[in-house]
Design a protein around this ligand. Structure first.
Ligand code: URP
Ligand code: ZN
Ligand code: ZN
Length: 457
């Protein structure tokens, strides 16, 4: 028998606003959301004084991927434990395309690896090679639930880059299939021009990582892919936007934009710290003025989603003294995404419904998971995050469930959830994992672009 749980007395925070309503769930699904709802239930959860957010969706994770001869430190199991601690109930990860592999095989391999995840998983397809055969697979993949295809305008040396003509051809095919083009936007030619003089001078400290990847590269790549989007009528989503110049290009080009906590909260002074190598990720950390521009983008709605680009490493993986070009790129953050940003939104007086949009509804809509995910409404999955906004802590470091021994956010106050429910199962409570069952693959459906464009752009 499916058990019924009634959540009473809390404030539900969604895109629509903040409402004092009770929530009834039955089995995996939300059944009713009403003020004063009072019905028989197997269990009642008193949420007085608490906020209820829809399960957080991290639309950008890389669990257990190869980077420069090692692997990102979290696999799907350990990364999903960390995710639950921070209220994330769905991640959208990326396929890894091996040499000679079809897109479909890369999708199935990744889907199999994700079976050990405790949170639900959707997948973006990495299009890191260009061939007619690969492009021909796009419609079938969209039908199988992978609606987003990511290209890189750099990483030529790693064999992952597509040139702009190839991206245009891919965009035509993605548009025809009803999908979305995701772009890691840093123009490779501009990056090469910046890198070579630094290497010639043997400037290899982590601080030169930033100088080797100027914001002009981000802005140029965004201008180019935005034009491609217009020419091909293909929706474009720029991942991990980092700079004020990039944001201006994105606004002009009317593309969908994701940024990450690291670009909002950290800046390039981190590279001069003793653990500066740990902050090496691409794009790099920028100037404080860039972070301020990104906060403005959050306020004015020109940033549409927040993801982590969760690709963590342990201290031993990035020892001090490594030349920046040999440091594995990436940082973690799936556990701190919501706890740190909730605190920041409260301190900055920003709208909590907007936070719910950026962390749940918007990524759900853009990647075709809405209204199964991203909503607290009858019929949606019972993914709920219960959080006490008064319970802010600064000594949370030794309570982390992540496998990694380092986080960029150690100095930030955070409000961790009291309880996290994933499809009707209590998965995390008061600092401990209590759920048993694994997550599920959640297929995306063709996104409703007319609805998304009229709501977001
Ligand atoms: O440095 C980063 N961001 N590593 C992860 C891979 C990517 O480019 O998103
Ligand atoms: Zn990237
Ligand atoms: Zn990434």
């Amino acid at each position: 028998m499916r058990s019924r749980v009634l959540f009473t007395g809390g404030t539900v925070v969604t895109t629509e606003g903040m409402n004092s309503v009770n929530v009834l769930i039955e089995g995996e699904i939300i059944r009713a959301v009403e003020p004063g709802l009072d019905v028989p239930a197997d269990r009642t959860v008193d949420c007085t004084g608490k906020l209820l957010f829809p399960g957080i969706i991290d639309p950008h994770t890389h669990m257990g991927i190869p980077i420069k001869d090692i692997w990102s430190a979290d696999d799907f199991n350990s990364g999903s434990r960390a995710a639950l601690q921070g209220g994330v109930t769905t991640i959208i990860d990326f396929t890894v395309l091996e040499p000679n592999q079809s897109l479909k095989a890369s999708f199935h391999t990744r889907r199999d690896l994700a079976r050990v995840s405790l949170v639900d998983v959707a997948l973006h397809v990495n299009l890191t090679r260009f061939s007619e055969d690969l492009l021909n697979e796009i419609p079938d993949l969209v039908a199988d639930g992978a609606v987003s295809f990511k290209v890189f305008t750099t990483y030529r040396e790693a064999g992952m880059m597509l040139d702009y003509d190839q991206i245009r051809t891919a965009a035509e095919r993605i548009a025809r299939a009803g999908g979305v083009l995701m772009v890691h936007a840093e123009d490779d030619a501009i990056l090469q021009k910046a890198l070579i003089p630094l290497l010639n001078r043997k400037y290899t400290h982590p601080r030169y990582h930033g100088q080797s990847r100027p914001d002009a590269a981000e802005a140029e790549a965004i201008r180019r892919v935005a034009n491609i989007g217009i020419q091909t009528n293909c929706p474009v989503y720029v991942v991990h936007l980092s700079s004020a110049r990039g944001l201006a290009a994105a606004q002009e080009g009317n593309v969908l934009v994701e940024t990450c906590p690291q670009y909002l909260l950290l800046d390039d002074r981190c590279y001069d710290r003793e653990d500066g190598a740990m902050f090496v990720a691409s794009p790099p950390l920028r100037k404080p003025a860039d972070s301020e521009a990104l906060w403005q983008g959050i306020t004015d709605g020109t940033i549409h989603a927040l993801g982590t680009d969760h690709c963590p490493f342990c201290r031993k993986d990035k020892p001090a003294g490594l030349p920046f070009q040999d440091i594995p790129n990436g940082m973690g953050g799936v556990d701190t995404l919501f706890p740190v940003l909730l605190t920041q939104f409260l301190d900055r007086g920003l709208s909590l419904p907007r936070l719910a949009s950026l962390l749940s509804r918007n990524p759900a809509e853009i990647f075709g998971l809405y209204p199964q995910k991203g909503a607290i409404t009858p019929g949606s999955d019972a993914d709920l995050v219960i959080v006490d906004p008064k319970k802010r802590s600064t000594d949370w470091m030794d309570q982390r469930l992540s496998r990694t021994d380092w986080t960029a956010y150690a100095d930030f106050p955070a409000i961790f959830p009291d309880q996290v429910w994933r499809r009707g199962e209590l998965m995390y409570m008061k600092g401990a994992l209590v759920g048993k069952s694994n997550g599920r693959f959640i297929p995306g459906h063709r996104p409703q672009w007319d609805v998304i464009n009229s709501r977001l752009k």
